[in-house]
Design a protein around this ligand. Structure first.
Ligand SMILES: [Zn+2]
Length: 167
């Protein structure tokens, strides 16, 4: 496995990789996305840090991680994964792993809180705005939409040019 992976690629399983074959594969990935250290992941999942690093470099791809970190679905999954790991480690009597999983969970919760706060701050941005009536748009919203529409028109023009070129 080599080269940059697209964010939308379906993750493949490398059968030579211990982490790919681990049932905690998804948890490892989401932990890493939220910035858990290799050591934390290794302790929480009881796997080797070097194997995890190799997996993240070769199977997942660093670009992939950076590109998906912002998604709310992933954050929610990380929360669930960390909770599950916490319970599993507690049941297994592994308190080090449990506290590591708890640490990741706290971080995921604080990230979720940060996001909801920042969303509340930006709520006025679209509040009372009617998409069919530009007079109701706030100045930042107007700028945002203008930039977005310009971008769409540019892409359309580029597609038209390509069409003409192959005709
Ligand atoms: Zn792997």
């Amino acid at each position: 496995m080599s080269g940059k992976k697209n964010v939308f690629d379906v993750p493949t399983i490398n059968e030579q990789c211990l982490i790919c074959l681990s049932p905690n594969r998804a948890a490892i990935r989401s932990m890493s996305e939220l910035g858990a250290t290799l050591e934390e992941i290794a302790v929480a999942c009881q796997l080797n840090a070097t194997d995890i690093q190799k997996h993240l470099d070769e199977c997942v791809g660093v670009d992939d991680i950076a590109g998906l970190a912002g998604s709310d679905d992933r954050l929610l999954r990380l929360l669930n994964d960390a909770t599950e790991l916490f319970h599993a480690s507690t049941l297994a009597g592994n308190l080090t792993a449990a506290s590591s999983a708890l640490g990741v969970r706290v971080r995921a919760l604080s990230e979720a809180f940060r996001r909801s706060e920042s969303r509340a701050k930006h709520k006025s941005f679209i509040e009372n705005a009617d998409p069919r009536d530009p007079n109701t748009w706030s100045e930042p919203l107007r700028k945002f939409l203008q930039g977005y529409i310009d971008q769409v028109l540019e892409n359309c023009a580029a597609i038209d040019d390509k069409k003409k070129a192959i005709q």
